[in-house]
Write a protein that binds this ligand. Structure first.
Ligand code: UDP
Ligand code: MG
Length: 314
């Protein structure tokens, strides 16, 4: 008998895809249990993220038909990241490992076997990585690529082309429960936790049915959240701008002195323009300094765990 696997699936207004998803996932889990890959205590948990359609009624129905299917109902819509976290935190003491995946079958569910194999080889985290975005629009592809690049430039440790399709062991779920931050960006937190990890590649498919629950506005908010939750580099940018403006005003002063020596000055120019740049620079620099302290307070306020001991000999 293998380890207990829980598959956590966030669902927001997914009545169009759920019938197919529960069937395919149900079959997948059944096959894995029969093959002895995972324990018969393994489950599929659908998290209803405050849906307005029949999503919860469907989950109740599937639960009554198949005891291996369960559900968590959130009281209101909190967004994908919280739906995933709510599901994980509800099941973390019941399982040895948990896999999170979207409800729309865009992520290849056959990868689940590979996730579990890697787990058995000793990986605590296995990331699903999209090796092809053939079905995504040009816009989605470029914005997604830009996002991962910006995150890297901001010094955030993030797995390229990995959305929230991943396996985490019980150890990692326990660690995750110590991150109490309100602005939740799982793709940034999980790599922070550490432990042995690996990636598995798969081709991302078309949404099985229904529409994307991530319109442009939500996508932008998500990206800004991701950057600002992990990096105070945007604040440093203000300092850089301030220093830049001060340098410019210094150059102007030199330019003015050279001009004055040569005797070809326009009267009034120097006092106005140089003081604008000088004070602009000072103000930006001052803002940057204040920002540095706010950034420190911000990072402290998150109360993230400072370390986690994996092993102790002695
Ligand atoms: N989702 C959710 N709450 C929300 C929005 C989305 O739980 O407020 C779920 C949704 O049901 C799906 C997953 O998050 O299972 C990813 O959403 P979607 O497939 O619409 O995003 P896309 O793949 O288009 O980026
Ligand atoms: Mg999707």
């Amino acid at each position: 008998m293998g380890d207990v696997l829980y598959i956590v699936v966030p669902c927001y207004n997914e009545e169009a895809v759920l019938p197919e998803t529960q069937k395919e996932l149900g079959n997948k889990l059944e096959t894995m249990i029969t093959a002895g890959a995972v324990s018969e205590k393994s489950r599929i948990i659908f998290v209803d993220d405050g849906s307005k359609d029949k999503t919860w009624e469907l989950i109740e129905k599937y639960h009554s038909e198949n005891p291996r299917i369960g559900g968590v109902k959130l009281a209101h819509n909190r967004g994908h990241q919280f739906a995933v976290l709510a599901g994980l935190m509800t099941v973390k003491d019941l399982c040895d490992m948990a896999i999170t995946m979207d409800a729309d079958l865009q992520d290849d569910i056959d990868v689940v076997d590979k996730f579990v194999e890697k787990y058995k080889e000793g990986c605590e985290v296995v990331y699903g990585v999209r090796n092809s975005r053939a079905t995504d629009t040009f816009f989605k592809k470029t914005t997604a690529e830009g996002f991962y690049k910006i995150m890297q430039a901001m010094g955030v440790d993030i797995v390229f082309n990995h959305a929230d399709y991943r396996l985490m062991s019980k150890t990692v779920l326990d660690a995750l429960s110590e991150y109490k931050e309100v602005n939740l960006f799982l793709r940034g937190i999980v790599p922070l936790i550490g432990y042995k990890s690996d990636t598995v590649e798969y081709a991302r498919k078309e949404r099985f049915a229904g529409e994307s629950k991530y319109p442009l506005k939500k996508m932008l908010a998500f990206a800004i959240d991701g950057i600002t939750s992990f990096s105070i580099k945007p604040i440093r940018l203000i300092t850089t701008l301030g220093v830049g403006a001060l340098c410019a005003s210094a150059l102007m002063i030199i330019w003015f002195i050279i001009g004055a020596v040569r005797g070809n000055t326009v009267s009034g120019w120097a006092t106005i323009v140089i003081s604008i740049w000088l004070f602009g620079g000072l103000i930006l620099l001052g803002l940057g300094v204040v920002g540095e302290y706010i950034g420190k307070i911000y990072m402290e306020a998150k109360g993230r765990p400072r370390f986690r001991v994996e092993k102790f000999l002695g």
